[in-house]
Ligand binder design. Sequence first.
Ligand code: PHE
Ligand code: ZN
Ligand code: ZN
Ligand code: ZN
Length: 295
Amino acid sequence: PPDISLTNVKAHLTQLQSIATANGGNRAHGRPGYLASANYVKNLLDGAGFTTTLQSFSYNGATGYNVIADWPGGDPNDILMVGAHLDSVTAGPGINDNGSGSAAILETALEVSRQSLAPSKHLRFAWWGAEELGLRGSQYYVNNLPSTERSKIKGYLNFDMVGSPNPGYFIYDGDNSDGVGSGPGPAGSAQLEATLAAYFASIGVPTRGTDFDGRSDYGPFIAVGIPAGGTFTGAEGIKSSTQASLWGGTAGAAFDSCYHRSCDTTSNVNDTALNRNADAIAYAVWTIATATPPV
Ligand code: PHE
Ligand code: ZN
Ligand code: ZN
Ligand code: ZN
């Protein structure tokens, strides 16, 4: 698997910050900064050879958009999806939440193109709209998938907040081995969790499970039985002293003290966490999508 360029990931964050600044300070559903963000992502993917769709939906009297990008080739009946929400709250530019996941999966997709990857699985990337209003874009996508198409999606990887300034290294507890969340996810979620965990183990970074309860865009996928996984570096929760011993950083402070605030800018990102998570995404995509025989 490739080493994803932190410089490139951060360049996408700089662009998303500029888009917010030019559009009233946010990239929220129904605001011009959202569509500009979607166009930024779509244009890069079009130029890299992806087959892209801007899927529109209506919510709260405004049009929302999902960007869906298919990498040509692979088994059309064996699809791995990778997604992140691209919208921010209205309060700020949403750079950690969720420019970070959006930029990390974008750079992974662009690396797929640079390497002319020919995976055994079909790869599909997604940038969701209106997550902040209740997972609206991902729910719309899943609701509108014919059951024949739904059954081809063998796994979904989600990345929401992967550069928190006081980071933890969390993996959705798909097998419920950490006993957090609402129980094990669909069969297959455990393997996605294990693959992400294997990356962090390989670089000597300890991880912990986190709630697999549907508080991000994997929710609509697991609700229909699609295995899912993903990583997270923490939101409004407070880092414990045990967690600070494990990962460094500040005990007694939030993982992201700018969560849903105007200060969620390009200054609100921990480069080490962002770099490790981007590399974990690429590791999981390469490992799962290129496995022979397919898993
Ligand atoms: N979905 C939450 C948000 O965007 C953040 C979050 C992600 C919380 C993953 C828990 C787990 O605000
Ligand atoms: Zn989020
Ligand atoms: Zn949020
Ligand atoms: Zn687990």
